[in-house]
Design a protein around this ligand. Structure first.
Ligand SMILES: NC(=O)c1ccc[n+]([C@@H]2O[C@H](COP(=O)([O-])OP(=O)(O)OC[C@H]3O[C@@H](n4cnc5c(N)ncnc54)[C@H](O)[C@@H]3O)[C@@H](O)[C@H]2O)c1
Ligand SMILES: [Zn+2]
Length: 348
């Protein structure tokens, strides 16, 4: 391609609230990298933290930095040593950059590498017309997966990684938090053959969206309805077999522990704002297994997620807004409203 020198990019240019559209140099790629022309990106809760410049962001994100980590695009340049990928190929990719020296990586558990660095958080990100990515991180998009779905594979991957942490076939599953990820997890739990899938929230708009995306899910507004009544209504004998915590709320985790069967299992994706008190003796006496979930398994989550998308998993309605990138402020406003699903920005 005739390579432009500069590109539009959404940057954290100063250590204060906001993001700024700047002209940035198009990244130079190394021998093992590819250059991706970005078509669509998803806005993540993480990007809102970075926009707001809260304590976490101020401690984590270097300035200046191009933000964003959820993307789909096409390959326009291949590094000298890259094999197995092609110019023009439609791709998404894993935004966690890992090393290969740690014990975990050498055991093939790349997602557990303690040296993991995130694009758009620690390294230059995807809110730009071009993105440099190690070829290792690239995930080709099949023709039947459109770019807007490609742009939300990162959070769908969080949902898939969490939901597939435990066997769901025939199980009763409780999901706390009907944000975009909780809603997608409900769709995955259905696809994976769960019996009852119940999702809670305290925001009625989010529960409405959950019903819109996954019509067979039972939504519960825990501000108005008691989970124990729902357990009785669904004729479950003891409670839920598996819990997927996707709100980061301590109240939700407490409710989940109470609503689980003896020997139940919990996968925790939600990130509490700080330390949060837990009634450990309840967890011990109920013999509950708890697993923390970070990111996506490289690359088993990507494999399963694409296979499910090609075999009937439909999360398209979780995308509630699409904006041209020049209207990025409207996109962030929609996200900040707390009522949106996924918000996608178009870069072309
Ligand atoms: N571990 C990871 O790798 C990882 C990756 C991405 C996101 N996350 C976290 O996963 C969570 C879900 O992400 P998201 O983008 O869908 O977030 P989100 O903030 O859009 O959704 C969280 C939902 O939880 C709801 N909620 C609040 N209190 C509740 C309660 N008591 N009971 C039930 N629901 C309640 C909120 O109303 C909101 O709708 C967040 O905590 C996010 O920080 C973790
Ligand atoms: Zn994200």
């Amino acid at each position: 391609m005739t390579r432009p020198n500069t590109m539009k990019a959404l940057e954290k240019s100063e250590p204060r609230e906001g993001l700024w559209m700047v002209q940035a140099p198009v990244p130079e790629i190394g021998p093992d990298d590819v250059l991706i022309r970005v078509n669509k990106t998803g806005i993540c809760g993480t990007d809102i933290h970075i926009w707001n410049w809260d304590e976490w962001a101020a401690h984590t994100v270097p300035v200046p930095l191009i933000t964003g980590h959820e993307f789909a695009g096409e390959i326009v340049e291949l590094g000298r040593d890259v094999t197995g990928l092609e110019i023009g190929q439609r791709v998404s990719g894993e935004g966690h950059l890992i090393g290969t020296e740690s014990r975990q990586s050498r055991a093939g558990k790349f997602h557990l590498d303690p040296g993991t660095r995130g694009i758009g958080v620690n390294e230059q990100g995807a809110f730009a017309q071009y993105l440099r990515l190690p070829a290792f991180n690239v995930v080709p998009l099949p023709d039947d997966i459109p770019d807007e779905i490609g742009a939300i594979l990162d959070p769908l991957g969080n949902a898939v990684h969490t939901a597939l942490s435990f066997d769901l076939l025939g199980e009763d599953v409780l999901i706390t938090g009907a944000g975009p990820i909780g809603i997608m997890a409900a769709a995955v739990a259905r696809h994976a053959g769960a019996r009852n899938v119940v999702i809670t929230d305290i925001n009625p708009d989010r529960l409405k969206l959950a019903e819109h995306v996954v019509p067979t899910v039972r939504t519960v507004d825990v501000a108005r309805e008691d989970l124990q009544d729902v357990i009785a209504e669904l004729k479950m004998k003891q409670g839920f077999d598996v819990g997927l915590e996707m709100s980061g709320s301590q109240a939700a985790l407490d409710q989940m522990v109470e609503a689980l069967v003896m020997g139940g299992k919990i996968a925790l994706l939600g990130i509490p704002p700080g330390k949060s008190p837990v009634d450990w003796s309840r967890i011990v006496f109920k013999a509950i297994t708890i697993k923390g979930v970070y990111g996506r398994e490289m690359f088993e989550t990507w494999y399963k997620m694409i296979a499910m998308l090609q075999n009937g998993l439909d999360v398209s309605r979780v995308i509630t807004h699409q904006f041209g990138v020049d209207e990025f402020r409207d996109g962030f406003l929609a996200m900040k409203s707390g009522t949106s699903g996924k918000v996608v920005l178009n870069w072309r």
